[in-house]
Design a protein around this ligand. Sequence first.
Ligand code: ASP
Length: 418
Amino acid sequence: MAKTKKKLSLTIWIVIGLFAGIIAGLLLQGHADFANGYIKPLGTIYLNLIKMIVVPVVTLSIMQGVISLQDIRKVGTIGGRTILYFLCTTALAVVIGLIFANILNVGAGYVLPAGDIEYTASEAPNFMDTIVNIFPSNIIAPFANATMLQVIVVALFFGFGIIMAGDLGKKAAEVVDSFAEVSFKIMGMIIKISPIGVFALITPVVAAQGVEILLPLLKVILVCYVGYIVHAVLTYSSSVAAFAKMSPLKFFKEMSKPMIFAFSSASSVGVLPFNLEASEKMGVRKEIAGFVIPLGATINMDGTAIYQGVCAIFIAQIFGIDLTIGQQLTVVLTAVLASIGTAGVPGSGMIMLAMVLQSVGLPVEGIALVAGIDRILDMGRTVVNITGDAACSVCVNAWENKREAKLAAKAAAAPAEE
Ligand code: ASP
């Protein structure tokens, strides 16, 4: 009871930090140097700490998840279903973003700011290279550079190795368990300073740009949020209802804490402990939650995909470029890939937007136009990102229960036949 109360008050503190940051930013308008010199560094420290702990948390919890499934084939089934759910929902998310951006004409009425925005089309990343790069050639580099997809590959291999080593792997499994717990505790400490981190991140943004930066871009914000809400309500409600027979109301009620936390921290990885807790509360088995949620926090970003779809259309429209259906399909494909490569920390979706724009030859400089409002877009997309991970864990859990029940029924029927 006391624990819940403590966590709830942290959430409230984060919201307070957010509003205090906006107010401080408004008060500091015209003194952006002060905000950048003295307040922003606190935000940078907070982000650095999150980035520092991301690698151990994701590595250890994925290893823990794999080890507790105890059977490589089981990991394969669960992993396959998880990835299929992630890919389908992310593709749907981009499509929703593109549809609303087109229907609502997201770029209409926006006047390009005076001054040249330079256009330098750079080369799109090669698809095969992207695939090859997922597999690291040494074990240190992925951890040193926090290349998350490579880190996941290493974690999966070591998890499999520990299962295959049988009794000899037991010690390694205990070490993983122990270090996973330690990393979660460190994560907990970092989370506790989130109110300050959130305050320090938002203040310099408002101080430098003021709220007026929002006005001409209000439509982008609106269209993104419409996309976020529609996707969350349609896709997640219907999938938990259809596959897990769970009431969407119950789902969103349980998710309210991680969602508020995601909104204020804009970091999927930072929300990991809350999201794990919420899915376990919804009845997802620990080993499934421990596998799906950290994997999702790293590779499943539906909100980011919606944002990328909307921004692609916005940038195309204001530069007077018409995207054909074929090009919009390319946007779907690259946004799915980009969302896999997006790290679960604030602002990374905007960096990956470059990849989406390049894939259809849109001016990457257009990102500068939406950069000022990125935090607001990021808060919403992170909420969708983590809600998708939890919805997936609920569905995968239901599928796994069904599969096991079927196997048990078969096993029970077999001796009877003899
Ligand atoms: N901040 C997002 C997240 O953590 C990623 C993004 O920038 O789109 O999920």
